[in-house]
Design a protein around this ligand. Structure first.
Ligand code: BES
Ligand code: ZN
Ligand code: ZN
Length: 499
């Protein structure tokens, strides 16, 4: 989909469908902006179909040639006071979905002045563009040609932008195109089958990103032997049962005058069977998603050379499978992590924290960064706590946490701050080692997961995002079809580019 900005009146757009957005109960007031005959038709249609402009409501009418567009669609925005960027994106996405349903190839979108007033030009245009690309996304690689042919793609989207805002909108459009491409790349990586997205495949992707980065991204891949020499034993423990060689992937992006050094880490268990603490069939079904954190890190690095922030950014992707076998890690085994701490493994399904223990220790000891951010499909408990749409957010630095929350508001990706409750540290104390990988008792599992990770960050400012809920959509929604969401790509890139 190609997106264009036009300073013209959207009623003059020569398109198959024009998307018009209305807040609840405001349609009647806005009717005067349409030619008389069309306005009468809109009024009639809205009464017949009981369209009030509540959130998610749509009304599609033929314009009968009264304006340039073939059809006109009204999308309800709901109550003004509840409206935020996430709601804006949902509404745009719904408009794009409806356009596809009526087989539109050229779509017009009438940008509301109120959006600019509420969010400013940049954030409004970015939100519209990102929502448009992301709602247009489908993973069709494995559909046969006949199936693919049935789907008509939107070729062009025209956005009406007042002449005075065109220049800042152009920049926002360019940024949002880059960010959307990266998010879609992350979605593809998650949606590909786990037989393809092995640790080796992720390392090849990292190398490809470096090759295409105009020299701005460098990649090092540690093989299992290298990891053994270094002492990444917690990470190596997880891969023991797998026939696929593990890869500890290190990406480095550096701008000429970096203001700060930041390490970003993504959990990358390319398939999580649970190991000997085997998952049941239902829980295992979607476990190709368990490299979503790593997919988001790769996507961030794909975009960094185009966005060029003045930072040094290190990406760590500890990639391996979690499989049962005669060689697999056993409940009761003890591992010594890279920072020397000992871990009693009591459940091999709590494997993500083992791979992250070494990645975090590696970041602290080898890179001495200003900040560390990890993003991980870490716990089912976080899904229970916050549901499918919201990521859990933990950290030891209020300034960074607030900045992440602010980025989340602007990108529409939802996060919720959670506590690193000191009292719960007792729940992961082991009798024979420094820490154990599961907790005593059954409550607060997302928090004890975060507390486990904290054991490996020393005092470096650190943020942990548990994306077990939002990484993977279990059903279709306007912004994302069932499957990988690419959660965190927009959030991380916004955070990194506004530093
Ligand atoms: N990869 C899972 C967490 C997960 C569950 C992500 C559902 C996305 C959707 C993780 O490795 C895991 O299995 N965690 C266990 C931890 C437990 C054994 C302490 C869990 O959540 O059950
Ligand atoms: Zn697991
Ligand atoms: Zn896992």
């Amino acid at each position: 989909m190609k997106i264009f900005l036009k300073p013209t009146d959207p009623l003059k757009f020569d398109v198959d469908i024009l998307l018009q957005f209305v807040f609840e109960d405001e349609l009647m007031r806005e009717l005067s902006s349409f030619p008389g005959e069309l306005s009468a038709q809109i009024k009639e249609g809205s009464l017949k179909e009981d369209f009030q402009g509540s959130e998610g409501q749509t009304l599609i009418l033929s314009t009968k040639g009264l304006v340039s567009s073939y059809k006109i669609a009204f999308i309800g925005l709901g109550k003004k006071e509840d409206f935020d960027i996430a709601a804006l994106q949902e509404s745009v996405a719904l408009g794009i979905r409806k356009s596809k349903e009526v087989k539109a190839v050229k779509v017009g979108l009438s940008v509301k002045k109120e959006w600019f007033d509420r969010f400013d030009t940049t954030d409004t245009v970015r939100a519209i563009v990102e929502a448009s690309h992301l709602s247009d996304y489908q993973f069709l690689l494995y559909k046969s040609e006949g199936e693919k042919k049935k789907i008509r793609q939107i070729a062009e989207l025209l956005l009406s932008v007042p002449a005075g805002r065109i220049r800042s909108s152009e920049q926002a459009l360019e940024y949002a195109n880059i960010i959307s491409r990266a998010t879609i790349y992350a979605r593809d990586l998650v949606n590909e089958p786990p037989q393809l997205t092995t640790p080796a495949y992720l390392s090849q992707q990292a190398e490809k990103i470096a090759r295409e980065s105009k020299g701005l991204v460098k990649v090092t891949v540690l093989e299992e032997d290298d990891a053994k020499k270094l002492g990444l034993n917690a990470f190596l423990g997880v891969t023991r049962g797998s026939d696929e060689p593990a890869k500890f992937i290190i990406l480095k992006y550096k701008n000429s005058r970096p203001k700060q050094k930041i390490v970003i880490i993504g959990k990358s268990v390319t398939f999580d069977t649970g190991g000997l603490s085997l998952k049941n069939a239902d829980n295992m079904e979607t476990m190709k998603l368990d490299m979503s954190g790593g997919a988001s890190i790769l996507a961030v690095f794909q975009a960094l050379p185009d966005l060029n922030p003045s930072l040094e950014i290190i990406g760590l992707i500890p990639a391996c499978e979690n499989m049962p076998s005669g060689k697999a890690l056993k409940p009761g085994d003890i591992l010594r992590a890279y920072n020397g701490k000992t871990i009693e493994v009591l459940n091999t399904d709590a494997e993500g924290r083992l791979t992250l223990a070494d990645a975090l220790s590696y970041a602290v000891k080898r890179e001495k960064p200003d900040e560390i951010i990890d993003i991980a499909t870490l716990t089912g408990a976080c899904q229970v706590a916050l549901g499918q749409d919201i990521a859990g957010l933990w950290g030891n630095d209020n300034k960074i946490l607030s900045a992440i929350e602010n980025s989340a508001k602007i990108t529409g990706e939802k996060v919720w701050r959670m506590p690193l409750e000191k009292k719960y540290k007792a729940l992961i104390k082991s009798h024979i080692t420094d820490v154990k990988n599961i907790q005593t008792g059954k409550y607060g599992g997302a928090i004890t997961g975060a507390l486990f990770l904290q054991e490996f960050v020393d005092n470096i400012p650190w943020v942990h995002l548990d994306i077990a809920g939002p990484a993977f959509a279990e059903k279709d929604s306007p912004l994302c079809p069932q499957g990988g969401v690419g959660f965190g790509v927009r959030l991380l890139l916004h955070y990194l580019t506004t530093k």
